[in-house]
Design a protein around this ligand. Sequence first.
Ligand code: NAD
Length: 431
Amino acid sequence: MAQLQPATAAYGDLPPELDDPLFRQALGQFDQVVERADVPPAVAEVLRYPERSLSASIPVRLDDGSLAVYPGYRVQHSSVLGPTKGGVRYDEAVTLGECAALAMWMTWKCALLGLPYGGAKGGVRCNPRALSRAELERLTRRFTSELLPIIGPQRDIPAPDMATDEQTMAWMMDTYSMQVGHAVPEIVTGKPLSVGGSALRPEATGIGVVTVVEEAVRRLGWGLAGTACVVQGYGKVGGVAAHELAVRGAQVVAVSDIGGGVYAPSGLDLAHVDGWRLEHGNLSGYRSAEVVTNAELLELPCDVLVLAATENQVTGANADRVSARLVAEGANGPTTLEADAILGEREIPILPDILTNAGGVAVSYFEWVQDIQRLFWGPDEIRTRLGDLMRRAVERVWTLSEEEGVPLRRAALVLSIREVAGALTARGIYP
Ligand code: NAD
């Protein structure tokens, strides 16, 4: 096997477009484990940065006839293990650096689960709540057109993320298919069933989160029955996770969304919460439980705190007031490096994002495989395969964490970075 020589020239300071707090967080995590993962310096230097990034300006005709232009991005971190894979988000905080961090985490997540993918991420900086459905469709189709040179079923396969859903994926699939002249369902995952989506994909991330939590509490000797859970972010991940926790016997005592949080120490009526959100859009104004702010929600006394909203939620400023016994990262990057250290000192274990929310990309992989084969599996088969994958990953991470006496995040990163670094070393650097 070819040995790469040590790096002779470092990349130097971060280029301004990557100089983003979230990318620094991802790099900080990488740097913490790279030595333990036994990665040669030259290989580490390659893996520290994204392979390819695209920035585009997305002009959109608004319903009133005016034109707005939104910044859009797609970052591919590594294609060493296969085509890149990752979500598309619509959010006012989207930057190239944020996408680069999320793309890097996707690489580690796929490797940890043994999926033949690298990581990517993309998004458009906009306020999706201020756009009509027709405007969102035009935005999505134009964004997809801008991505055409770099996406493809064997190159880069988008999926839903914050404020995007199966309708967004159907528009992306249709736009791509119109360009190539035939239906290409395998270009995106998270599509509706009617256009080649997979059973259980909408629920996959939330179910995966709860599978990891259940495995963790079993190993900690508590079990899920009666466990008091707080869920921040009642969206595609957190909403499903809250229901799945309740189904498996836990007690969901508080949830929140962009409109605020609600708390009932004896357990929330989730069906009632769903009804309110369906009618009003978010939790603002909900009065059938105690109202708490999102900041207060993170500090509520509970057994398990599920972070399923967005990044940068538990920080150096509030980590010492988190009152949970276990933190589960349903969202990507919700705990800063500083908070990681504080929770570590307080002996509050963190179930890391690259393990905990990997159920989404696992079933996305199943969807892609089914699309390529034009052969579809039933929900029971997918649930079994998902459960097996997630439990195997927890087992590997937990074992390494115990063997080496390191936090779960470090163990997960060591396992995945080793995998990618090994493949890169074997392939070598082209030319
Ligand atoms: P979503 O848009 O469906 O849900 C996000 C939820 O969080 C919404 O209810 C929103 O109102 C709420 N929210 C946003 N900011 C908040 C804040 N500051 N405080 C409280 N609530 C807030 O998005 P999603 O797909 O559920 O993604 C949530 C997180 O999970 C993101 O970090 C995403 O990258 C990650 N993730 C998603 C998937 C997936 O399959 N959708 C897979 C892996 C990871």
